[in-house]
Design a protein around this ligand. Structure first.
Ligand code: TYM
Length: 329
């Protein structure tokens, strides 16, 4: 039996190169060695207000992007979270063993709730419990995600441990899997904060589906510094972030980049970086256009995925229900 890899992305708008380098790019190579399960977490997206029309559209677009990034629905299980009701059911059990204080201390909850202080919903607070349910339902060993998800994986481990020690071994203990570079891509306008698709300034992020001109413009406008010293260090975080993006796309070491551009300067570096991003994304964009045009194939794929996912999820849920004393149907 292969070990299980599980990950998910929210269909809450177009993906940035942060989502790509931190998560999506790393999904494909895992398919040979592991039983991979890749979810479109539409229930998570509901924790911020969604226009139903856009949510439907974004979900299909994200599925097309998964496929364009090389996910093979015959090797991996690719499905939509709301199609497998066991996610919400296990979440309820996990809610009953989750300390409220631990949820209130989650960094992502704190920063997101600050944006809507007058109107914080319980769903935003409980978001990480649903994520724990996603992971634990499939007896997941590895979770490939960006660095910003670390705290959520820690909570998942705490919950698994608590459940296992109270009711005997039920869940596999999952581990985070982050890429060496690209685990935390920073904003192009404010390199002290994470690149995010919900940022109000579109110049702060590059989308996978941005056109070539837009990518070039955004890279050229990216904040660096006026030191005119091409090096990789903690005092030049804007430049360091751009070097990291270059390294992640090209899979080379930052010292190679520094020696290549020391004498060429920031301007030439930015031009080349834009070219590397454009070339890196081109094959995905082309395949994306093919997949998004074939609605019935997308439907076949997500239905097949949900059928396979439910079989696994149902088994785990039944086991957990039994252990806590619920009477089997
Ligand atoms: P989401 O949809 O916000 O982001 C999807 C993935 O992209 C990564 N990511 C980044 N990586 C590097 N640099 C960035 N600037 C950057 N921004 C985002 C995220 O770390 C993530 O891997 N809670 C999750 C979705 C989720 C999930 C799960 C993930 C729900 N259930 C179960 C794994 C397993 C989230 O909000 O991702």
């Amino acid at each position: 039996m292969k070990e299980v890899v599980f990950s998910g992305i929210q269909p809450s708008g177009s993906l940035t190169i942060g989502n790509y380098l931190g998560a999506l790019k790393n999904f494909k190579p895992l398919q040979e060695e592991y039983q991979c399960i890749y979810c479109l977490v539409d229930l998570h997206a509901l924790t911020v207000e969604q226009d139903p029309k856009f949510l439907r559209k974004n979900t299909l677009q994200l599925l097309a992007l998964y496929l364009a990034a090389g996910l093979d629905p015959y090797k991996s299980i690719v499905f939509i979270q709301s199609h497998v009701p066991e996610h919400s059911e296990l979440q309820w059990l996990l809610n009953t063993i989750t300390p409220l204080g631990q949820l209130q201390r989650m960094t992502q909850y704190k920063s997101k709730s600050k944006l809507q202080e007058e109107n914080i919903q319980a769903g935003l607070l409980n978001y990480p419990v649903l994520m724990a349910s996603d992971i634990l339902l499939y007896q997941t060993k590895y979770v490939p995600v960006g660095e910003d998800q670390r705290q959520h994986i820690e909570l998942t481990r705490d919950l698994a441990m608590r459940f296992n020690s109270r009711y005997s071994d039920t869940f596999v203990m999952p581990e985070i899997m982050t890429p060496k570079v690209g685990a935390k891509v920073m904003s192009l306008q404010d390199p002290t904060s994470k690149m995010s698709k919900s940022d109000s300034d579109p110049n702060s992020y590059i989308l996978i589906l941005d056109d070539e001109k837009t990518i070039l413009r955004k890279v050229k406008r990216a904040v660096t510094d006026s030191l005119n010293n091409f090096s990789y260090n903690e005092d030049q975080i804007g430049l360091r972030n751009l070097i990291d993006i270059y390294c992640a796309f090209e899979e080379i070491n930052h010292s190679e980049i520094v020696s290549r551009y020391e004498s060429l300067g920031y301007g030439k570096f930015k031009e080349d970086l834009a070219e590397i991003i454009i070339e890196g994304l081109k094959p995905i964009k082309n395949r994306y256009e093919e997949y998004i045009a074939d609605r019935s194939e997308l439907e076949n794929i997500y239905r097949m995925g949900a059928d396979k996912a439910r079989k696994i999820a149902y088994k785990t849920l039944r086991k957990a229900y039994k252990k806590v004393g619920l009477i089997p149907r």
